[in-house]
Design a protein around this ligand. Sequence first.
Ligand SMILES: [Zn+2]
Length: 299
Amino acid sequence: MTQPDQLRLLAVHAHPDDESSKGAATMAKYVHEGVDVLVATCTGGERGSVLNPAMDRPEVWERLPQIRSEEMAAAREILGVGQEWLGFVDSGLPEGDPLPPLPEGCFALVPTEEAAAPLVALIRRFRPQVMTTYDERGGYPHPDHIKTHKISVHAFEAAGDPDRYPELGEPWQVSKLYYNMSFTLPRTKAIHEAMLAGGLDSPYAEMLEKWDPAKDISHRVTTRVPCGEYFGIRDRALIAHATQIDPTGRWFSTPMDMQQRVWPTEDFELARSLVDSATPEDDLFAGIRSRADEEVGVR
Ligand SMILES: [Zn+2]
């Protein structure tokens, strides 16, 4: 795990299932190429709901945390990744006006310095060159997603600093930090238009109507990873989260070949980098891969 010639990718996610909907095909691609890929899951998804009508049964609700853990185990097998829990408790998605306070002890309320500690320890142990997380808005405004962003940036900066968290292992500086940027206005529009052109019902009309172009983030995309051939693995991993995903729902309404034709990439923003790589890029390891290859050559 610690050879200098081994590429390692750490993907930080808020809940079990997020890894399968954000950057999953990219992870599957890198696993296929021999990269060591690890998912860090901040919370157990304890306050999630049952979002698949077929699973909305009392016996499922009774043991939901256990079931979500089993679903995660199935998804990580399908993706071929390692996965570790950071051990925080789901904050839930507060709803109402005014919003109710967050539940005591939840992930979003843990001070960032403390909440980042398990991630710093994991980075120093796993020693990834590349890390992915969410942007400052969390990708969408769930308090756990925003907190995931905060601890990721904090840990990216702290893990390489010998003066910070000295009790948590040898410093390790991650070379690149990316934000997941797959849900952009241009992508949704392109898929919507392809579905209409193909004579299909698009589930995206209402979403597009409400989408404020000023809130689109696509101009921030620096990196498009071609991974269309791994969309099938992504979908299987997502379906493994059976309580969270309705296999007859919107996620799966666009034919696979249409997705692969219209938008065959997953997109990211390079948020921090300590290596030289010209953007736009098509590889999260651009600027690192060659160095690792050189190290192999030297040995
Ligand atoms: Zn989530």
